[in-house]
Design a protein around this ligand. Structure first.
Ligand code: M6R
Length: 606
């Protein structure tokens, strides 16, 4: 993963590099570093942990050529030596890299045999040493062409050589954007990091190399042949991102959910009909769809799982869902009547992009369900359903999840209408219930204090099970993921009926079990499962509505959600107390909520 920045141009303060890097912190925050050309030498500073730590170590320093990096560790622990920028034996060539060099071990062996000295455990370090090797006979640009020929894997690389006032770059399968500033050039891993400085940019084509000098930009293919500069003007607004009065972005984003649901309704529902303008598939094609494949990762996968239940029930199509990292390697055959839905908040998740590329190679049509317009996924898919959740900063996904589920619900109803499966009355009835969702969510948010008290009681448990059935089985998976990623407490989501096939062995008075038991056709079976847990002394937290006194006595604590007119909207609502529960447990334990350890907001490596 990692975020990279490079600048060449009129003199600036070194804090400019680090402040730009801050926009990329969602890509990783294990360590960071900066290198700038200075008086014929190079000033290098690295720091473990967040960018703030690096910033605190930097004095005001003028520079006109420099690079910076924020790391999500793949090869080697997060420490000073493994932090970027990396350099060659003579400390003349400085490199930042995003991606993975898959053949680094072979290259490293070869370079060591030639006498190169390595100081880190990273894959990246082979790059400056290869450059050094080739630079013995060739200039640095020629050396870059030959270095790139040797590299297997994915890379966005930015580098400079001491005493050469040039910034060089190379890109293959990792994003790299070039901003054209009045005072110079700025390279970064994504567009939002450039937008505060310019709207004019070049989205660097794959398999490109480039050389930037003060007033000159040249881009080439991997053979050194000139590429045309394709400048774009990006009119996306830079949204002011602040926590407002919330203690964390995650909490703010949980509270934003009713607004996001309202936004989706007003964008996609017009005159009591659902309309998607960017599907890019003719109605005849949509009517024909007989099978849908859903590819996604993490929370987006859980949203897709809810979508599977909805599409099967309302559209009557077969749905297969896979985590993208598995889908990519399955021998799936696509027919012309199949559709792929690729779900991703960021639109940059490497596994999902790889699965989409493979599906497209085999002729499948792909619709992206995505939150970031202009992301790689939205560009590479035929169609788009924009989830309109707005920037999500907390690493633990909350509003993006419910926005994905809501979009899938809308899409299911839309397809059911297109295929003439749902009659006008049932459709109108469902739309009415969808409009209640923001109200249901608000009702729970108003009781956040109650949930905090319950979370405080439960935060002493060292292990959690989350159980649900049917359409709320994915809600259980998502509830468990939220808890484990921000509180580090082991938590597993299970379909409640499967508990007796193994996980029940875990149950005793020290286990907490969160049971999603809303009134639906599987309710009585869910209550039987709760009985089984109580018979083994497990501590039960029920997420319930409409339960009788006997059922209430079974639970140690309850969080009540509203009574639904149509229970298939329930995943959109039970998500809220589960998110709040995870948040308050993590808060109670003093965990770092918005940037949990080892995670990154956007997972751009496979
Ligand atoms: O950007 P994406 O939706 O493709 O990201 C997928 C997962 O990496 C993401 O949902 C991850 O699981 C979150 N940290 C969950 O909160």
């Amino acid at each position: 993963m990692c975020g990279i920045v490079g600048y060449i141009g009129k003199e600036k303060n070194i804090h400019f590099l680090v402040d730009t890097l801050k926009y990329l912190e969602y890509r990783g925050y294990d360590s960071c570093g900066v290198a700038v050309a200075k008086n014929g030498g190079v000033f290098l500073q690295k720091s473990k942990g967040k960018i703030e730590n690096l910033k605190a170590r930097l004095k005001e320093e003028k520079f006109s050529l420099g690079i910076a990096h924020t790391r999500w560790a793949t090869h080697g622990v997060p420490n000073h030596l493994n932090s970027h920028p990396h350099f060659d034996c003579c400390k003349e060539i400085f490199v930042v890299h995003n991606g993975i060099i898959e053949n680094y071990a072979t290259l490293k062996d070869r370079l060591i045999r030639k006498g190169h000295k390595f100081i880190s455990q990273t894959d990246t370090e082979v790059i400056p040493h290869l450059l050094e090797e080739f630079n013995k006979k060739e200039d640095i640009f020629e050396a870059l062409i030959h270095t790139v020929e040797e590299l297997e894997g994915s890379f966005a690389i930015v580098l400079f050589r001491k005493n050469t006032h040039k910034l060089l770059f190379a890109k293959k399968d990792s994003p790299l954007i070039l901003g054209i500033l009045e005072e110079g050039f700025l390279l970064t891993s994504d567009i939002p990091a450039i937008l505060p400085f310019t709207k004019e940019l070049i989205n660097i084509e794959d398999k490109s190399l480039g050389v930037l000098e003060d007033n000159r930009c040249r881009i080439f293919d991997f053979n050194g042949k000139n590429r045309k500069l394709k400048k774009e003007r990006v009119e996306l607004h830079q949204v002011a991102i602040s926590k407002k009065d919330y203690s964390h972005f995650m909490l703010k984003e949980i509270f934003e959910q009713p607004k996001v649901m309202e936004r989706l309704i007003s964008f996609y529902v017009k005159d009591e009909e659902i309309n998607f303008k960017d599907l890019n598939l003719p109605l005849t094609k949509l009517k024909e769809i007989s099978k849908i494949f859903i590819f996604a990762c993490g929370t987006a996968y859980h949203a897709g799982f809810v979508g599977k239940y909805l599409l099967e029930k309302y559209v009557g199509v077969d749905v297969e869902i896979d985590v993208s990292s598995e889908a990519r390697y399955r021998k799936i055959r696509f027919s012309s009547k199949d559709l792929v839905l690729a779900i991703s908040q960021s639109g940059e998740t490497a596994d999902t992009l790889a699965a989409v590329r493979e599906a497209k190679r085999k002729g499948a049509k792909v619709i992206a369900i995505c939150n970031v317009l202009g992301s790689t996924l939205t560009k590479e898919s035929e169609g788009l359903i924009s989830t309109l959740a707005g920037p999500e900063i907390g690493v633990a996904s909350t509003k993006a999840y419910t926005a994905q589920v809501f979009s899938l619900l809308l899409f299911s109803l839309y397809l059911a209408r297109v295929k003439n499966i749902m009659n006008a009355n049932s459709f109108a009835n469902f739309l009415k219930e969808l409009k209640n969702v923001p109200l249901y969510q608000k009702e729970i948010l108003e009781r956040a204090n109650e949930i905090e008290k319950i979370a405080n009681k439960f935060s002493r448990f060292g292990c959690f099970l989350f159980l649900g059935r049917g359409i709320n089985y994915p809600s259980a998976l998502e509830g468990a993921l939220k808890l484990k990623e921000i509180s580090y407490i082991p938590a597993e989501g299970y379909p409640a009926g499967e508990m007796k096939h193994g996980p029940i062995a875990l149950i005793d008075e020290y286990r907490a079990v969160v049971c999603i038991a809303v009134k639906d056709e599987l309710y009585s079976k869910m209550i039987s499962n709760v009985q089984e847990i109580k018979a083994r002394k497990g501590k039960v937290l029920g997420v319930v509505n409409d339960l009788n006194e006997d059922e209430a006595r079974l639970m140690d604590e309850i969080i009540t959600v509203p009574n639904f007119r149509i229970t298939d909207v329930s995943p959109l609502v039970v998500a809220v107390p589960l998110q709040l529960f995870a948040y308050f447990v993590a808060k109670n334990l003093g965990c770092e909520i918005d940037q949990p350890r080892n995670l990154a907001k956007s997972v751009t490596v496979e």
